[in-house]
Design a protein. Structure first.
Length: 289
């Protein structure tokens, strides 16, 4: 019987494992090795690690976390969680069955890419989601926003902090309120993102015209990386995130969630902070506090 089974071994999961490993708790991490930022060349806005690759940060974290003898990791995929508080049963793709007192979902989310050639190849490199993570590197350059409607108004105002060479691409008829935005608005549908190794050079529209561009911000729809929390009964927010309280507790007793699966504020530093917090919270709960 494990004290805690952590499903997802990226930043939130590893930070939680370190907290609990240092508290001498028996921890098992299940990870499939498929993080959503696997294409991102550099991670920024994280103290002591600014500019490092996500893979380097994870490898360093993993070596440090697994140095604690009560923390173990298996390369596998959780397929089911059953049971109740202090008596959970986790089944994996390989057929392994694990018993645990508490469950932590640190599984992240999966972005849904539009059917635009070259878009997914640029995701995390020059098609980006967060100005705090990537904006400095594209400061002052030709930048686009792949959005429509009211959300585009607020996001364009934010991105103007980094560049005044800004165009909003609505990929169809604009629903942006007239006069609400200073940036140019292009309604033409995008057929292709022309790039070299994920670095975009220009957009190609369905009418054959092109527009030079260095970076394109996109707010994409997403799904949870795993449906297990919902099947277990965890409440979800209207936006599709796992609902948690300030201590990262879900609506199901003994089940916690932390990281990108709970918040739109997607950042390595935020995930590490959430994981550190939830690790301490779980230790207290195991002690009956």
């Amino acid at each position: 019987m494990k004290d805690i089974v952590i499903i997802g071994g990226s930043y939130a999961g590893l930070a939680a494992a370190m907290s609990m490993g240092r508290a001498l708790r028996n921890v098992l991490i299940i990870d499939s090795g498929n993080p959503c930022n696997k294409q991102t060349p550099h991670s920024h806005n994280f103290l002591t690690q600014d500019g490092q690759t996500p893979a380097h940060i994870r490898e360093t974290a993993l070596s440090q976390v697994l140095a604690y003898p009560t923390v173990k990791l298996i390369n596998d995929t959780a397929t089911d969680v059953a049971g109740s508080d202090n008596q959970f049963v986790v089944t994996t793709l390989s057929g392994t069955v694990i018993h645990g007192r508490k469950i932590l979902f640190a599984t992240g989310i999966k972005d849904i890419m539009p059917a635009i050639e070259g878009f997914s190849a640029c995701w995390g490199i020059s098609v980006i989601h967060c100005p705090y993570c990537h904006g400095y590197e594209y400061r002052g350059q030709d930048t686009g926003i792949f959005l429509n409607g009211e959300m585009a108004v607020e996001f364009a105002a934010l991105i103007s902090n980094w560049t005044d060479k800004l165009t909003v691409f609505t990929n169809g008829k604009s629903t942006i309120p007239a006069g609400s935005i200073k940036a140019a608005i292009v309604e033409k549908e995008i057929a292709r993102v022309h790039h070299t190794n994920g670095r975009m050079e220009y957009l190609v529209f369905t009418d054959g015209s092109t527009q030079p561009l260095n970076a394109l911000y996109a707010k994409l729809p997403f799904v949870q990386h795993t449906t297990i929390p919902a099947a277990l009964g965890c409440k979800m927010t209207e936006q599709g995130y796992i609902e948690v309280n300030e201590f990262k507790k879900t609506s199901v007793p003994g089940v916690f969630a932390a990281g990108d699966n709970t918040t739109p504020m997607r950042a390595v530093a935020g995930a590490v902070g959430a994981g550190t917090l939830v690790g301490a919270v779980i230790v207290r709960e195991l002690l009956g506090m």
